[in-house]
Design a protein around this ligand. Sequence first.
Ligand SMILES: [Zn+2]
Length: 154
Amino acid sequence: MIVQCPDCKKPLFEFDHGSGNYHCSNPHCNFQYLEIMTGKQYRKTVKIEDIGQKPAVSNLDKRPKRILVGLAIESTLLNMGHTIFDKVITKLREDYNANVFDCLENPQYLKRVLERNFDKNTQNVMVKSIKTMLGEFAYYESVREFLDVLNNKA
Ligand SMILES: [Zn+2]
């Protein structure tokens, strides 16, 4: 199904398949996303929970997002068992002197750790889970960029 942005007429894309949230891909457009089920439309002038954020990706924007992304990673890893959790946390520290909260700004750290230490199936399950948790936050550019790297789109 192709849904057009009501503002700029570019095709909207469903960020997370099956979520029913359609995002406008045009960064200059004021339209953010459409909830297909309710028909609710969200625009950038609409107040969202992150008071004081700027439209551009600034450090101010990234600070709460790095926690959000870190917790999504942590929660995914914990769901997959403590062996996987320990392995990823250890490798992030050994290879990059980093932790899950550094992954928003350095998505390639996580990506490389997953690629080097897990089979394709396990990687896919992890990425899908992280993507599902963060799906509704994908209208933040910094979160979207992180997910794009995990998805090989960047
Ligand atoms: Zn648009």
